[in-house]
Write a protein that binds this ligand. Structure first.
Ligand SMILES: [Mn+2]
Length: 332
């Protein structure tokens, strides 16, 4: 089996605030130090970040130098469109054409910046496009405007012959009470409507979990249309998007997700979207790497022991549960 390609989102390995502690419990870590920290961890070979919060014209040369020093691939560069005042009520789907144009320009700027780094993925997270109050927004109009913005970005990609793939990362809620297109199948519906090979999906496991989705089903559906371009791994107990290391809350579920990815021949990156509010980010990354590797070995053993045949009939639930348990025990 090929080695897992793991990347860390460097928004996570610094001081992290939450709404009950807006100052956070830690210390701010400069971006270059965060990249170095990732680079020093064996088995993590890439990083993800946002423009302009973590990379911009003023530090791009330094980011490039440090990434090269550590042999790290910039895997995902995302235009940041959810903290400035103008994005309070939306970004790519905002009702104000100026805000929308600024959001489109921000995503394009991230794509332009990504070229020198050969970035394969750029994520769209519709964080503030949504509603808090019932009937606050007209979702028909939101979808019209969102798709129009996406088409403008895709035109930019094609006009410049960029190879970067644009991916929607759906999330059902937070920061808004409801974020538009909040479930996997909804986002996939828009991806299929736009029907452009440069436009696909990033499934964030934690987001799918808080939407109470059956991730095996959702991943299989995305793969049915060959639109799974990226993944974000983390774990939570389906109460909030806690962004704990993958497999720490429910290891069997991690194995199941990895099994489905293996079944479909997923060869993309395993992104880590982690928020160690109270804990050491290095520990979070190491546990994530180790759990992903362990789950992958379990998947290998499941394949060897005939999981495929057991699954085919759909009638061997208890047998599958025992096989899962025995395979986890065997590789541990
Ligand atoms: Mn994510």
């Amino acid at each position: 089996m090929a080695e897992l390609k793991i990347a860390m989102g460097i928004w996570g390995n610094t001081n992290l605030a939450d709404r009950f502690n807006v100052d956070g419990f830690g210390d701010f870590v400069p971006v270059l130090d965060r990249i170095k920290q990732v680079g020093e961890i064996e088995g993590i070979d890439g990083f993800e970040l946002h423009l302009p919060t973590e990379i911009n014209e003023s530090n791009a040369d330094d980011v490039e130098r440090v990434a090269n020093d550590y042999g790290l691939q910039m895997v995902q560069l995302c235009g940041h469109t959810w903290t400035e005042r103008q994005y309070k009520f939306g970004a790519l789907a905002d009702s104000d054409p100026k805000v929308r144009a600024n959001a489109v320009a921000r995503v394009k700027a991230a794509l332009d910046m990504g070229v020198r780094f050969n970035v394969p993925i750029s994520v769209l997270w519709p964080a503030t496009d949504g509603n808090d109050f019932p009937l606050q927004v007209d979702y028909v109009a939101l979808y019209d405007r969102y798709v129009d913005s996406v088409r403008r970005i895709l035109e930019h990609i094609h006009r410049n012959s960029y190879t970067t793939k644009l991916c929607i990362e759906p999330k059902p809620f937070e920061p808004r009470s409801w974020i538009m297109m909040g479930t996997t199948a909804q986002a996939l519906c828009i991806v299929n409507e736009v029907d452009d090979p440069s436009f696909g999906m990033n499934l964030d496991v934690g987001h799918s979990l808080i939407a109470r989705e059956n991730i095996e089903d959702q991943l299989s559906l995305i793969c049915r249309y060959d639109r799974l371009y990226h993944t974000h791994f983390n774990d939570n107990d389906q109460q909030c998007d806690a962004d704990q290391p993958p497999g720490t809350v429910n290891f069997i579920r991690l194995v199941s997700i990895m099994y489905v990815l293996d079944q479909h021949g997923y060869d993309g990156w395993y992104g880590l979207d982690l928020f160690p509010y109270r804990d050491d980010p290095v520990k979070f990354m190491e546990i994530s790497r180790d759990n992903l590797r362990l789950a992958k070995r379990v998947v290998g053993l499941l394949n060897e022991k005939g999981a495929r045949d057991l699954r085919a009939a759909g009638t061997y639930g208890p047998e599958m549960a025992v096989l899962m348990r025995d395979c986890i025990r065997a590789v541990s």
